[in-house]
Ligand binder design. Sequence first.
Ligand code: ADP
Length: 261
Amino acid sequence: KPVTHVIGQTKILGIINQKGGVGKSTTAVNLAAALGSAGKQVLLVDLDPQGNATSGLGIDKGEITRCIYDLLLNDTPLHEVIIPDVAPGLDLVPATINLAGAEVELVSEMARENRLKDTLGSLRGKYDYILIDCPPSLGLLTVNALVASDKLIIPIQCEFYALEGVTKLLDSMKRVKSRLNPSLDIFGILLTMYDGRTMLARQVAKEVRSFFGKQVFETIIPRTVKLSEAPSYGLPITEYDPHGRGAESYTALAKEVINRG
Ligand code: ADP
């Protein structure tokens, strides 16, 4: 594939929160697409057995024969798994339900925590950003993502119990940091599904900002109907509703991510 610009240092960002339904996949798909639209070369790795990022980009999970599972457990070559150009500037490593077995099968493998890191290592220099959409658990797949990532993006839903479980996630991060990946750190905390009309959302946003300070992205992702509809059309928000608030916010987030250097 012709590269139209010089790729700088590849940044591998894990999008992680062991709570489900906080906007991980939505952020993975739409941030990846917005970075691609901003002229970056991006690879999105779907590491969630539900495969929501895969279907959200219009890939029929029933039609594909190879997925991230084959990279982790079958040593299948990358070029047989990567689906190129799912959106401008964006390639995808898809997930299928096969991945659900990986959590158990990895246990007996050598260097099981390093599988994803070793796989993605050969792609450094080929992409500006590699985003990993993590599963909603702290199991071996997530540990693989923590080992493979340079930094983490943690989406937090502006709802009750927003910070619940985050301490546990930070503990896992610290454990992996001290043993397996010394430079691992938070890249940014992202407030998602924000409804500014409710007092609760405003309070949660305030609480998260006072807890995490400057680590919180200035961009807040609003709750919008279009963002929840886009996956059923298999399109990122920048294509489904390019002029709406959802596209605007993920485009602003992409800019912030690029500027955080
Ligand atoms: P996770 O990957 O953390 O499980 P998802 O990104 O799949 O979370 O989001 C959970 C649900 O909420 C999905 O149905 C998704 O379409 C919806 N959703 C996510 N972000 C937004 C948003 N900003 N506005 C409206 N709906 C959203």
